[in-house]
Design a protein. Structure first.
Length: 460
């Protein structure tokens, strides 16, 4: 009886110790998540009260504060359940140059997987949860193509090996400073960032710099501190368990992302702004039997001329132009949804100084994707702000044919709305829209086209 009681007490202590360790792991993971959310807060903060074109696809203030509140509540909950102390290495201004020569090669695998999770997987998961996935300048998933995934693994393997060597021979504080300087230079002068995105490449401010420090502390410094804590407090034997844990976090995050992709679809987007190869068509509950489009304009008199679709250079444009242009001489003409569907890929950017700010959005009418491009032909930010304010839909909106989706801001000769369609289950390339208009819509468009050019076709 006594032996049984002793065994029960021992088992209870082991169970309590394991529970505390699991809550400790969750507590540290919650710190990482909260730090990432704080970075998102900093990254979006310049757009909280700015109604500009570059801010059109950034998260709303209400969405950001909801996710910040959830992250903080989770952190406080995890802290309360853990009931332990946060172990932060003691800091002194100078500790010499020496690193930790005992740092094992397994650290290469750990920092590689931890950096992939913190720097690539977690940001995409968070952007999906807050509804910002696919927005202008947002993090792209590393599993959108096999070649991208392989390249990411190679890059992080090289980084892991480099920082393993640095941490072995140089004090971690010095390595941290090196990491901040190196990554700032890469973000500023090497990595590509879309024009208008709030990043070190385009905007230098306290918030941007602090956000960058947070990100690269999480990616390149925090893994070292966690690895050393696990080694010194739990023993070398726990390294394998830590590697398995980080691997599982990556698998869960990538699995969640992949599930989202196969249900929503994903396109590569070229620097020209045109959608290119269909990477994943996605699956939704509703697939439409056909596509029967009305005109994108509400009033035929609002349109002054039509620019035809050209699948090659043999057309009136003299170059490939995979959309129909609806041009006007009026300001703020109403534009309607040509079909039912879900709004996707709302995206704003400055094309160039001539074409200026434009806003692209698509209607997912599976298996078709109907895309609009509102081109203002003005590079003035105030005109971009006005165009942003005259888009009346957002990503995820379910719309009906004939719903008003926006108005075109006309600020330069050539301002127009470009309309193109893609058949997602075939090639992902734009196709001639003419066969998909109703007879009434087709007649109206041809009437406008033939007003100036009686011998032109709608598609070439």
């Amino acid at each position: 009886m006594k032996s049984k009681t002793t065994k029960q007490i021992k088992d209870k202590k082991v169970s309590a110790s394991l529970t505390k360790r699991l809550w400790e792991v969750w507590y540290y993971l919650s710190i990482v998540i909260s730090a990432w959310v704080f970075f998102i807060f900093l990254n979006n903060s310049p757009c909280f009260w700015e109604n500009s074109q570059r801010c059109a696809s950034y998260s709303k203030v209400s969405d950001i504060f909801v996710i910040v509140s959830i992250a903080l509540a989770n952190l406080l909950f995890a802290r309360r359940k853990y009931k332990g102390s946060l172990h932060i290495p003691k800091f002194s201004w100078w500790t010499g140059w020496s690193g930790d020569r005992t740092l094992p090669p397994s650290f290469v695998i750990f920092i590689m997987m931890a950096a992939v999770f913190i720097g690539e997987v977690l940001p995409v998961v968070v952007s999906i949860l807050i509804g910002n996935f696919g927005a202008y300048g947002s993090k792209e998933p590393i599993i959108k193509t096999l070649s991208d995934f392989e390249l990411i693994l190679v890059i992080y393997s090289i980084l892991g090996t480099l920082f393993w060597a640095l941490y072995r021979y140089i004090n971690w504080r010095i390595v941290a400073v090196f990491a901040f300087v190196l990554t700032f230079l890469l973000e500023r002068y090497v990595y590509w960032h879309p024009e208008g995105e709030i990043s070190p490449a385009n905007t230098i401010s306290f918030g941007v710099i602090l956000g960058g420090i947070i990100v690269y502390f999480l990616v390149l410094v925090l893994p070292y501190l966690l690895f050393q804590k696990a080694r010194h407090e739990w023993g070398e034997h726990v390294i394998v368990k830590v590697l398995i844990l980080v691997l599982l976090l990556n698998i869960i995050g990538l699995g969640f992302t992949y599930y989202y992709l196969i249900n929503t679809g994903w396109y590569e987007k070229h620097s020209s702004g045109e959608f290119g190869v269909l990477v994943q068509p996605g699956n939704t509950d509703k697939t439409y039997a056909n596509l029967s489009m009305i005109t994108p304009y509400v009033n035929e008199n609002d349109i002054s001329r039509i620019g035809p679709f050209g699948d090659n250079e043999n057309n009136p444009w003299g170059f490939r132009h995979q959309g129909i242009n609806f041009m006007t001489d009026l300001d703020l003409i109403p534009i309607q949804a040509v079909t039912d569907g879900i709004i996707e890929k709302l995206d704003s950017s400055k094309e160039n100084e001539q074409q200026g700010w434009h806003t692209e959005l698509c209607i997912n009418h599976r298996p078709f994707l109907v895309c609009y491009n509102f081109e203002t032909f003005s590079a003035d930010d105030s005109d971009g702000q006005k165009q942003s304010a005259n888009i009346f839909v957002k990503n995820g909106d379910i719309i009906k044919q004939g719903d008003l989706i926006g108005k075109l801001v006309h600020r330069g000769d050539g301002a127009h709305v470009d309309l193109g369609i893609l058949q997602m289950d075939i090639s992902g390339e734009r196709i001639c829209p003419e066969p998909y208009f109703t007879e009434e819509a087709r007649t109206s468009i041809l009437r406008l086209l033939h007003k100036d050019h009686p011998d032109w076709n709608m598609c070439y």
